[in-house]
Each structure stands twice: as C-alpha cells, then as structure tokens.
Design a protein around this ligand. Sequence first.
Ligand code: GRF
Length: 197
Amino acid sequence: MTKRVAILISGGGSNMVALAEAMTGDFPARPCLVLSNRPDAGGLTKAADLGIPTAVVDHRDHKGDRPGFEAALQVALLAAQPDIICLAGFMRILTPDFTDLWAGRMLNIHPSLLPKYKGLDTHQRALDAGDAEHGCTVHEVTGELDGGPVLGQARVTIEPGDTAATLAAKVLPCEHQLYPQVLRRFASGDRTPVFLP
Ligand code: GRF
C-alpha cells in the first residue's frame, strides 16, 4: 500500500524537495502535505510548484504555549491523513506528548553522526573536536531530542581548512541522497539501516 508522507519544514526545504522528487514510480510512498511553522519558508513555494498541498502552523501564534502549537500541528496533520511524517529542516522542538502520537511513524534528519552532536551547531562542534569525519543521520523521532533509533547515516571526511560552512556544504548533498533511501525502506516496512558511502 502506498504510504502518505507529510513533510515538516522551517526553511528552504532542500531535503523536502529531494524526498518529493524521489517519491515517483515504484517508490512505496507519495507526499500528501508540506507543512511549515514559518509562513515565509522558501520550501512552501517549492512544494506548491511540485503540486504538493501545503499548510502553515505559525509557532508565533502560540507564543509560550507549546501544547497549543502542537495541538494545531496535529489538527493540520490529521486533515492530511499521513502514514509517515518526515521532519526535514524543521526547527521546532517537539514534546514527548506530540512525538508519542506518531511513535514509529516519524523520521528526522540531523546533520551529525548521531549520537555525536545532538542539538545545534553540529559542524562547528565536529571541527572543534578535531574529528576526522562527519556526516548526517536519519533517525526515528522519539521524545528524546535527536535520540531515536538510527535508520541511516552518510559520512564525509573533514579536510584541513574545512569550516562549518564548507562542512555544511559537504553534508547537505549527502542528506539528499540518504533521506530518500531511508524513506523508501521505511515505507516498505524495512528498518534495516542505510549506510553511505
Ligand atoms: C539541513 O542541514 C538539515 O540537516 C537540517 O536542516 C538543514 C536545512 O535543511 N535538519 P533544508 O534545506 O531546509 O532541507
């Protein structure tokens, strides 16, 4: 059965585009919604250009009311009836009350080799640690921030002279390769992790 996928974004949505463009032919999923917490997210226009329904749940309408924001998120998601949720550059922290509603059905991509460098500024932290390699991880979303079971990783080498910006530029294309491969397996019920290269 072809799974319905909602993709949550906050910015440019390059990972959303990679996922949407992969979901064709025999791919066992199709995008049913692109939702952003920011009305000005560039990815919303890209989604509309791809013919994908879009929605906005502006977190600024729920200042200091995380449960209210998550309730509005849930209403918008249920209207689209997704089987799977992909967080793709979604920059709001979700509470366990919300993640529990989608346990086993929500994925995220994070720009580090988890469990290293949960949270923000991952590229600079890898540089500061003197790591020889870096990369990105797709994981199931649980109540623990960036802590769920790993479903895939892609590695890049850190070279002399690399900066946070050059590392980010190396990692992002790897995300675009990794996420669709993980989603293809996940949508077909296969949780065997993907490791690139
Ligand atoms: C990416 O670095 C991703 O790892 C992080 O958000 C950044 C922007 O992603 N989660 P996108 O271009 O909006 O997909």
